[in-house]
Write a protein that binds this ligand. Structure first.
Ligand code: CMX
Length: 443
C-alpha cells in the first residue's frame, strides 16, 4: 500500500496549513447561527462539521470529492468487462481526492485481498448469537469483536505524537475495510444459506469477491460495486457518519467508531429504511391478493400508512429537497437491466403517486424519494430476497466514506467533539427577551 500511503501523506501535508490558518486567523468568523428550532430539532442545518470528502447540496444531491455520481462512475478505472469501477479505486479517490490510475487502483486491490480474511474468533462470536438476531446486530458485533486488532491502540499505548495518529488509523482502516464484505457474506450464508460458506476467490476484486462469496452470479458483482459506491458518503451530518466521527473524536479506534456508526445506520429513519421499503411493498401486494396494482390502489395504501401515523419509507430527507440522485442512478440501472420487472414497475408507480400524497399530507419538507426507495428491488431481482439483510449492504458502502473521514479527522487533529447544551428555561428566557426586543422595536 506504499503508493496510497505516500499520496495521502502528501495530501495531508498540503492540507494541514489550510486548517491551521483558518483556526488561527479566522477562528471567530461566524458561519451560521443557531435557532431554538435547531437546538430542539436535531441540529438541522447547523453548520458545525467539516469534511472535504463529499458535499450534499439540497437540490443537486451528493458530490464525491467535487464530482457528481455519473462523473464519479465515469472517471474511475473500471473492472475489465464490467460497467462499474473498482470499489478500491473509489476508496483511493475518496481518501486522497485524486482519481487513481489503473496501476494505483490495482495496488489497492491486491493489498485488500491480502487483508480480507476475518479471524476465526469473529465467526465464533457470530455463531454464539441466536440465528434470528438481526444481521445488522451481527455485522456491528463482528466489527467490534475485531477491535483487539487495532494498531492505533497499540501505537497509542506505546506513545506517539499527535501528528502521527493518522498513520495507525489508516492501517486500521486498511485492515478493516476489506474484511467487511467477507464478514457480511459470512453472516448471510450462516443465517440464510444453511451455514454453507464459499471461500474467497483469489482473482477477484472487492465487488466481485463479495458477489462470489454471497453466491450470486454476474452481474451481481457490478450491482455490489454500484451499491457500495452510491452508499459510501453523504457528507458528515447524517447519523452513521456523525456517530462514527463523534466516537472517533474521543480517540476511539476505527473498530469502535465504525461499529457505533453502524448501530445508527440500523435505525428505520436512516439505513434500515431500505428493508422497510420492501416490507411495505410486500404487505401492499399481500393486501392486493393477486389484484394488479393501480395508481389509485397505491394512493390509498400510502394514505393508510400516513393515517396510521407511520412514515412512508424511502421518502423524505433531512437535507435533500429533490429526488435523490442516488435514487436516480439506481432507477437508471433498473431501466437498463430490469425494465419490465413487476416490482420495479410498482416502485415506479409509487414514485408517480407518493410525492403528491406527501405534499397533500403537508408535513414533510421533501416529498421526493431517497436512496432507500429503489435499492431493495434490485437486490430482490438478483435473488437477495432476505430484506432484513439490505441495511448490511448499505453498511459496507457507508464504511468506505466514514473510514476515510476519520482518517482525515486524525490527520487534521480534530478535537474531541463536545457541543454545549442549554436548559429549557434558558431557551424560554432567550425567547422572552426576543419578544421584549420586538415590542420595543415596534414602538
Ligand atoms: N412519511 C411521512 N411523514 C414524513 C416523511 C415520510 N416519508 N418524511 C417526513 N415526514 C414527517 C416527519 O415525520 C415530520 O413529522 P412531525 O412534524 O410529526 O415530526 C415532518 O414530516 C417534518 O419532517 P422533515 O423535516 O421533512 O424531515 P426530517 O428531517 O425530520 O426527517 C427523514 C427526515 C428521512 C427521517 C424523514 O423524511 C423520514 O422519516 N422518512 C422516511 C424514512 C426514510 O426513508 N429514511 C431514510 C432516509 C435516507 C437514509 O438516511 O438512509
Amino acid at each position: 500500500m506504499s503508493k496510497l500511503k505516500a499520496k495521502l501523506a502528501q495530501k495531508i501535508e498540503e492540507h494541514r496549513p489550510r486548517t491551521a490558518k483558518l483556526l488561527k486567523e479566522h477562528g471567530d468568523v461566524k458561519i451560521g447561527e443557531v435557532t431554538i428550532a435547531q437546538a430542539i430539532g436535531g441540529a438541522r442545518g447547523v453548520r458545525c462539521l467539516v469534511t472535504d470528502i463529499s458535499y450534499l447540496d439540497p437540490f443537486e444531491g451528493i458530490r464525491f470529492r467535487g464530482k457528481t455520481i455519473p462523473e464519479t462512475f465515469e472517471c474511475l478505472p473500471k473492472v475489465p468487462g464490467c460497467d462499474y469501477p473498482y470499489v478500491e479505486g473509489f476508496f483511493w479517490f475518496l481518501l486522497t481526492g485524486d482519481v487513481p490510475t489503473m496501476e494505483e487502483t490495482l495496488e489497492v486491490v491486491e493489498e485488500f485481498k491480502k487483508r480480507r480474511a476475518i479471524p476465526e474468533y469473529v465467526k465464533d462470536v457470530l455463531r454464539a448469537m441466536p440465528r434470528d438476531t438481526h444481521p445488522m446486530t451481527m455485522y456491528s458485533a463482528g466489527i467490534l469483536a475485531m477491535q483487539r486488532e487495532s494498531v492505533f491502540v497499540k501505537r497509542y499505548n506505546e506513545g506517539m505524537k499527535k501528528t502521527e495518529y493518522w498513520e495507525p488509523m489508516l492501517e486500521d482502516v486498511l485492515n478493516l475495510l476489506p474484511k467487511l464484505p467477507v464478514l457480511a457474506a459470512y453472516i448471510y450464508r450462516m443465517k440464510y444459506k444453511a451455514d454453507v460458506h464459499i471461500a474467497p476467490h483469489p482473482d477477484l476484486d472487492m465487488g466481485g469477491n463479495f458477489a462470489h462469496q454471497m453466491g450470486f452470479g454476474k452481474p451481481y458483482d457490478d450491482v455490489a460495486r454500484m451499491y457500495f459506491i452510491l452508499h459510501s458518503d453523504h457528507e458528515s451530518g447524517n447519523v452513521s457518519a456523525h456517530t462514527t466521527h463523534l466516537v472517533a473524536s474521543a480517540l476511539s479506534d476505527a473498530y469502535y467508531s465504525l461499529s457505533a456508526g453502524i448501530n445508527g445506520l440500523a435505525g428505520p429513519l436512516h439505513g434500515l429504511a431500505n428493508q422497510e421499503v420492501l416490507r411495505w411493498m410486500m404487505n401492499f401486494q399481500k393486501k392486493l391478493g393477486g389484484q394488479e396494482p393501480t395508481p389509485e390502489l397505491v394512493e390509498q395504501a400510502l394514505w393508510d400508512t400516513l393515517n396510521a401515523g407511520q412514515v412512508i419509507p424511502g421518502y423524505g430527507h433531512a437535507v435533500l429537497r429533490k429526488t435523490d440522485p442516488r435514487y436516480v442512478a439506481q432507477r437508471e440501472f433498473c431501466l437498463k437491466n430490469l425494465p419490465d420487472y413487476p416490482l420495479f414497475k410498482l416502485i415506479d408507480m409509487i414514485y408517480q403517486v407518493a410525492p403528491g400524497v406527501l405534499t397533500k399530507h403537508g408535513k414533510t419538507k421533501n416529498p421526493w424519494p431517497n436512496v432507500d426507495a429503489q435499492s431493495g428491488v434490485i437486490q430482490w431481482y438478483y435473488g437477495l430476497t432476505e430484506w432484513d439483510f439490505y441495511t448490511v449492504l448499505f453498511g459496507i458502502g457507508r464504511a468506505i466514506g466514514v473510514l476515510s473521514n476519520i482518517t482525515w479527522d486524525r490527520a487534521l487533529g480534530y478535537p474531541i467533539e463536545r457541543p454545549k447544551s442549554v436548559t429549557t428555561k434558558m431557551l424560554e428566557d432567550v425567547a422572552a427577551q426576543s419578544i421584549k426586543a420586538d415590542d420595543l422595536g415596534s414602538d
